[in-house]
Every structure is written in C-alpha cells, then in structure tokens.
Design a protein around this ligand. Sequence first.
Ligand code: FES
Length: 150
Amino acid sequence: MDDLIRELLAAHPAQDGALLPILHAVQERLGHVPPAAVPLIAEHLNLSRAEVHGVLSYYHFFRSTPPGRQVLQVCRAEACQSRGAEALLAHAEQRLSCASHSTRADGAVTLEPVYCLGLCALSPALQLNDRLHARMTPAKLDALLAKEGL
Ligand code: FES
C-alpha cells in the first residue's frame, strides 16, 4: 500500500493546495484514506501529521476505514434539511439497520451523512454509490434500496 501512496504522491507536486487533491486521489483509489497514508502525505508536503489529520477529519467526505460494498450518502445540508433530510436519514438508518457514520456488520453498506451534494434545488438529495438521486422520499428510497438488494 505504501508504494501505491508514493505513486499517487509522485503525481502531485508538493505545492500549496496539494493536500486536498492528494486526499481525494487516495480515497478514489483505495476507497478510504488509511492512517498509514498520513505520515507519507505529511512528509511529501512538509506538513506535520497533525495538520494532515486535521484536514482529513474536518471534511466529512473523507473516510479513514474501508467502506461497505455499497455507500449511501444522505445530504443533511440546509436545503435538504428544510425538505425532510433528517427524517430521510432516520428512515435510512432503520431500513438498513445501520447507524449513520458506520458500516453494517455484514459489510454490505455504509451510511454517511454529507453536506451538500449540489442538488439543493431538487432536495432532499442522496447518492447511492456514484449515482445522485433528487427529490427523495422514504418510499422512493425503499424502492431504490430494494433494487440494489439492500
Ligand atoms: S443542500 Fe442537499 S444537495 Fe445541497
């Protein structure tokens, strides 16, 4: 895994603003940013481990553990909140038997609250794996999850 991280780092010159693109690249390749990547990234960018960890933990988007086989992200930002996102998330937790910010014991699914998927005008919104879904309702979510075998 270290070799893979070093390969990704080699593609990102150590310059201002490189940290977020690097974290995105690592998560895109591995599905998460493993703790072992933090010192390598810090060394590459001449930052402290705490600085890298601080950014990593600040953004909800980044995970430090591998996700489940499918990932459901429910938007909780303002527009979605005003149109029922909290109830939708509670429904997802119950329907999937999976708490927010966690992966179900069988590894089938990870449930993540996120803060704006860019579909505010069509809220509430969610993303299942790489597909966005707008104007969600609990019933539409049930149908979507059933289609995916969840
Ligand atoms: S607030 Fe939910 S998509 Fe923007």
